[in-house]
Ligand binder design. Sequence first.
Ligand code: FAD
Ligand code: DLZ
Ligand code: SF4
Length: 508
Amino acid sequence: MSRLVLVLGDQLTESVAALREADKSRDVVVMAEVAEEGSYVPHHPKKIALILAAMRKFAARLREDGWTVAYSELDDTENSQSIPGELLRRAEQHGVSDVIATRPGEHRLIAALEDCPLKITLLEDDRFIASHKEFEEWAEGRKALRMEYFYREMRRKTGLLMEGDKPAGGKWNYDHENRKPAPEDVAFSGPLQFTPDAVVEEVLDLVERRFGNHFGNLRLFWFATDPEQAQRALTHFVTYALPRFGDFQDAMLADNRFLYHALVAPYINIGLLDPLEVCRAVEQAWKERHAPINAAEGFIRQIIGWREYVRGIYFLEGPDYPRRNGLNHQRKLPDFYWGAETRMRCVSKAVEQTKAEAYAHHIQRLMVTGNFALLAGLDPAEVSEWYLAVYADAFEWVEAPNVVGMSLFADGGVIASKPYVSSGAYINRMSDYCKGCHYKVSVKTGDGACPFNLLYWHFLDRHRDRFSNNARMGNMYRTWDRMDATRRETVLREADAFLDRMSAGEVV
Ligand code: FAD
Ligand code: DLZ
Ligand code: SF4
């Protein structure tokens, strides 16, 4: 008896669990481009194009390799436009009722498959280093689930950057060597870019027609859309950018969108690159003395540490996690997140490049758009939806913990031990944004005061009950309390006025 084998748009590898379990000689692979997945949040057109182009190429490979593939194109008249709908249609067409699928990376889609009236077997997605069971065992009984300790377990498990049972170079973590401010010159011309071939061009036209109204520029489209291209993009990064990745990991430049970043997250997340192989390539560059330890460790930590850890948290915490609002923030997302004018140059530049590239690096996401959202008390659900929509690498299992947990502290401190908030001073130290800004980062109140400076104290003041006893925030509260009372009142009044103007739709 044959079965249907579901392969989703972020499961594009022959080694995905459902394909390993399937029988090429009799099972039917189901892949479906559907409007529901393209629009449950308004995904950036570049992200949709990446996924659909990579899906089409992957389906072609499977067919060449002897698989039977039932592939639904978005424009097919019979297309029911949802994943469960396409499974039902194919089940009827092929006279089967059994389906094997790799568990999706989003509770929404897992629930939809569980509700589908077919016999669906969900297999664990094992394209990760830690299984759910391993993560649960690690988390069991711990008071705090801090990434650093989990990361060490992953180093031991993989043997990456290990010398026997000791970390290479003598230290587990070179984080303090990853914080150089923005360099004058960047000696890397950016990620490898690919000219669209016929398959990609066809998808671009389709996406333009169907999702052209979504936020984001579709063209120039240059992403890799198959594993060979993605591998070349990785090699390009390791050769030309990795050696300086460590130093400038946290730096930001207004006119350089990529600095020394890898731009591989979209490829890893949809299955074009294997995370462990990516790490092995980076480790090899360190062994060959091509890259220093702070670069190799800094990069590998992001993948076997942060990436694995946030996935563990997403599934451990359960389906309500993405909707948490621990600080009860309710303010609506301002239009400047969707490209409307703002005078805050840091925010404007981060949004501008997000619109152009479906990309911003982690410090832009955390300390510019995320920091602002937290300081201004924006509704985490709206903020999270924005992140899920606008980044090419955004899938809920990785997006929600980073946004709801790490950036907005809306999970009540499961991920972060204190909120990532900063005044304008941090942004000024790590970037060149402030130089050309309408606001003055050195001005704390009055004309031209940087909004981050005002909102920083406003945040601390309105959450005093929650944070004043946090040992890591004591200094912040002591500084605030030492300010004279009139100054504190001015700061709070001006911060309120700024928020009111912003919420009224004025250009701020
Ligand atoms: P690099 O800076 O070159 O880093 C190397 C790799 O490490 C990345 O490719 C990625 O696979 C991994 N990585 C780095 N940081 C993280 C992290 N915090 N969590 C998981 N993986 C990480 N990453 C996503 O893949 N999808 C998201 O939706 C996403 N949303 C984010 C939202 C916020 C608020 C923040 C602060 C971070 C988010 N990240 C997300 C993590 C990080 O910003 C991106 O992985 C990174 O910017 C991708 O670009 P890159 O490939 O150039 O990464
Ligand atoms: C993100 C996305 C988009 C835009 N389109 C499709 C699609 O048409 N078909 C598909 O199978 N998958 C798509 N995806 C990826 C899914 O949304 C993703 O599998 C879930 O969010 C779980 O991570
Ligand atoms: Fe951003 Fe303030 Fe600097 Fe302007 S002055 S770029 S608002 S941090």
